[in-house]
Design a protein around this ligand. Structure first.
Ligand SMILES: [Zn+2]
Length: 340
């Protein structure tokens, strides 16, 4: 059997497969890239050729323009493809629309690059599929035992309770533009919230893309004064407004009456972070695994070895060793958890 290190090796541009002549989620433009999902730290523009799921290619086209790569090729989940001397296949990762784990195989060795993933139910994307492998490459964004995310139903319930308690205040929900925003909107709909939800301009095209993929987000309108009822800021009283977290720090946010700043992120577990950002209503909703999900996933897959890409590598590596699984940190740089 080939040594795993010879099949996929960490390098300055990301994970490199010499037998296939491609990178996985490279952080700089390369000749040939296989891409797990559309978050900006994994999917960059300017590659010679990109192989990704149809949804990820569509997301990249929305973000970077149709000509984001020299060539585009669709990976159909579950289908095996030959590239050079290796076979690759894509499998759902449950992280955001189109997100996939990428399995790379040659000479009896299979490595699964999970990209970013989660195990919780998410009505906006296909659920994570465990794939048996010799090496499982995992991130560890929330790789400490203190990270235990509550059920997202509880968090959505907090938002609905606040809307009922403060009917005069606009609820400004900070959520990453790809994935988190659509998940929060969809979960509100599932809990029976039928009012128009106002969205920041940065979310519009991605919300439209999700809807074109059959994810019904209900009535949405731009969060502009022109679109508000009666054309005045008071019209946003009691409304839900969703935008990227950065938008709430600037002038844009001042149009809303007595707003309740909310932020949907796994980091909201840390009170200090919520306080620093001026978040009044923290919503602990993450598109990553918490500690229990990371360890349960490794226990379920039973890989021969675990490589940890980024986040809090040490604790997860230690947990693997105690569980009798070889593990090592890869110290990959350039992954910023756009969609935490
Ligand atoms: Zn991501």
């Amino acid at each position: 059997m080939i040594r795993p290190e010879d099949l996929l090796a960490p390098g300055p541009d990301g994970l490199w497969c010499p037998l296939g002549g491609f990178h996985v989620d490279p952080i700089r433009p390369v000749a040939r890239a296989l891409i797990t999902h559309g978050h900006a730290d994994h999917a960059r523009s300017g590659h010679g050729a990109v192989l990704a799921t149809r949804e990820t290619l569509a997301i990249m086209a929305v973000r970077y323009g149709e000509d984001f790569a020299g060539q585009q090729q669709v990976a159909v989940p579950g289908e095996r493809m030959k590239i050079g001397d290796v076979t690759v296949s894509f499998h759902p990762a449950g992280h955001v629309l189109g997100s996939a784990q990428i399995a790379v195989e040659a000479q009896g060795c299979r490595i699964v690059v999970s990209g970013d993933y989660k195990r919780r139910r998410d009505p906006t994307c296909a659920p994570f599929e465990p794939v048996a492998c010799d090496v499982f490459i995992t991130e560890a964004t929330f790789g400490l035992p203190v990270f235990r995310h509550p059920d997202d139903g509880e968090e959505i319930g907090k938002l609905l309770a606040s809307l009922a308690a403060f009917p005069e205040r606009a609820h400004l929900v900070g959520a990453y533009a790809l994935g988190k925003a659509q998940r929060v909107i969809k979960r509100l709909r599932e809990e029976g919230y039928g009012e128009t939800i106002y969205i920041h301009g940065a979310l519009e095209r991605l919300c439209t893309l999700y809807e074109s993929e059959g994810i019904d987000l209900g009535p949405l309108a731009p969060a502009t004064l022109e679109s508000a009822r009666r054309g005045e800021s008071a019209a946003f009283a009691g409304a839900v407004v969703v935008g990227p977290p950065s938008a709430f720090a600037d002038r844009w946010a001042r149009r809303f009456p007595d707003p309740v700043p909310c932020f949907a992120s796994g980091w909201m577990m840390i009170r200090q972070r919520a306080k620093q950002r001026g978040v009044e209503l923290p919503l602990i909703i993450s598109d990553h695994c918490d500690w229990d999900e990371l360890t349960a996933t490794i226990a379920e897959i039973e890989p021969g070895e675990v490589w940890v890409t980024h986040g809090r590598e040490e604790a997860l590596v230690r947990w693997c060793e105690l569980a009798g699984i070889r593990a090592r940190p890869l110290h990959l740089v350039g992954y910023e958890d756009e969609g935490d």
